[in-house]
Design a protein around this ligand. Structure first.
Ligand code: AMP
Ligand code: GLY
Length: 423
């Protein structure tokens, strides 16, 4: 008998995880909590307060789950995996003490430093005068980061010193981010292209996944405000699995050793955000979960069993799992609500998803959708749908993905038109 897997979360990343798990020979059943209308096509969806570790553990027990896969960072930082481990339920994701890598930028910098992993020079402080003094040590542009989780709004890049000081005041004096900004990290600006590298970790060892390129800005040509991500493609020419093997020794293994020595071995997905500088790769940040929407472009390329890999991360050795990939490319285009990442309205009827999804090379992942009585599928979030296509190369995948987006409509739909262009 195959596994029964519970996927916690309800965005595009979780839909992609549930979709790939449902297609894994080792998996018989996928339950999603809370899930979304797309995930509901793969198995039961059950409401849960994802921020309540005991509620997650109660649900997993009630569902007799053999494996729980936690998608977003908030349940991890709240201790969902700790609660599951206490009941001997295998869980994919780090315990809270290890997820603190994403929960606190100062903690992450301390781990990078102790592990000897390359990163930007920095100072962490909760004192205004010390923060000002740190700014004087660096050249513009200045980087001022709230220590804690600030819903993606905690990082300010400032061209001049007056703005940087104002950013310090906002956080430390005006408490704009509440406790998340009670401590700041001031750091050196890193020049170069940004890359995200995902490692599936088992506490000691790591398997690196095919890297994807994310598009963070809202508008074409990398203009407009930062978003959670407007699209992605994989693989990235010149930055494939063979090109990143050095990152195992340089970053992942020393960081795993450091966390294990502190009694918080890291299991789950370790996301390293890097800048390729002229001095080599340097770490910007860690995340404790899969990237969104990068995952939606990576998982369609995975040929081997995702259930086996995630289960090995939870309670086995990832090096014992055979991980293979299709020699193809994937492109994901995010369809967003007009106004995102600022304010937007929801409840708009969505048309054409089935037409797009039935194309053999296309999968439409639901990110912010809902079912409304009498209306069918409606928008329910900023990032609404993630249209993914695979092809023989990035250009073929890109053409298929965009052709499929043309079949889908809702009032105010916004998408970038340059995802994976010119790759
Ligand atoms: P973070 O949440 O730390 O990833 O920061 C958000 C974004 O700010 C990153 O994706 C980068 O684009 C930018 N950023 C953060 N820190 C730096 C840095 N030290 N140098 C250059 N850009 C940075
Ligand atoms: N796409 C960026 C992230 O998941 O953090």
């Amino acid at each position: 008998m195959g596994r029964s897997v519970l996927v916690v979360g309800g965005g595009g990343r979780e839909h992609a995880l549930a979709w790939r798990l449902a297609a894994s020979p080792s998996v018989d059943r996928v339950v999603s909590a809370p899930g979304n209308p797309g995930m509901a096509q793969l198995g039961p969806t059950v409401p849960v307060d994802t921020g309540d570790p005991d509620a997650v553990a109660d649900l997993a027990e009630g569902q007799s789950s053999d494996l729980v896969v936690i998608g977003p960072e908030a349940p991890l930082v709240a201790g969902a995996v700790d609660a599951l481990q206490a009941r001997d339920i295998p869980a994919f994701g780090p315990v809270a003490a290890a997820a603190y890598l994403e929960g606190s930028k100062a903690f992450a910098k301390g781990i990078m430093e102790a592990a000897g992993a390359p990163t930007a020079g920095y100072l962490a402080t909760s004192e205004v005068e010390q923060a000002y003094a740190a700014l004087d040590r660096f050249a513009p542009p200045y980087v001022v980061k709230a220590d804690g989780l600030a819903a993606g709004k905690g990082v300010r890049i400032c061209e001049d010193l007056a703005d940087a000081r104002a950013a310090v005041d906002d956080a430390l004096v005006h408490r704009r981010f509440g406790d998340a900004g009670a401590q700041l990290v001031i750091e050196e600006f890193l020049h170069g292209p940004e890359r995200s590298v995902f490692g599936v970790c088992d506490g000691q060892d790591v398997v690196l996944l095919t890297p994807a390129q994310d598009y963070k800005r809202a508008h074409d040509g990398d203009a407009g405000p930062n978003t959670g991500g407007m699209g992605a493609y994989a693989p990235v020419p010149g930055f494939g699995r063979d090109d990143i093997t050095e990152l195992r020794e340089l970053i992942f293994l020393p960081v795993l050793r450091e966390l294990a020595s502190r009694g918080a071995p890291y299991r789950g997905l370790l996301y390293a955000g890097l800048v390729q500088t002229s001095d080599g790769p340097k770490l910007l940040e860690f995340n404790a979960r899969f990237g969104d929407p990068e995952t939606q472009a990576i998982l369609p390329l995975l040929a081997s069993d995702l259930g086996d890999l995630l289960a090995a991360s939870a309670s086995g050795a990832v090096r014992d799992v055979e991980v293979t990939w299709h020699d193809r490319a994937a492109v994901t285009v995010v369809l967003a609500s007009g106004g995102y990442p600022g304010s937007y309205t929801t409840g708009k009827p969505i048309t054409g998803v089935d037409d797009a999804d039935t194309r053999p090379e296309v999968t439409v992942f639901h990110a912010g959708t809902g079912q409304a009585d009498g209306e069918g599928l409606v928008t329910a979030g900023g990032r609404v749908l993630n249209v993914t296509a695979v092809g023989d190369d990035v250009e073929a995948a890109r053409r298929s993905a965009y052709a499929a987006t043309d079949l889908i409509g809702f009032d105010g739909l916004h998408r970038r038109s340059d995802i994976a262009a010119g790759v």
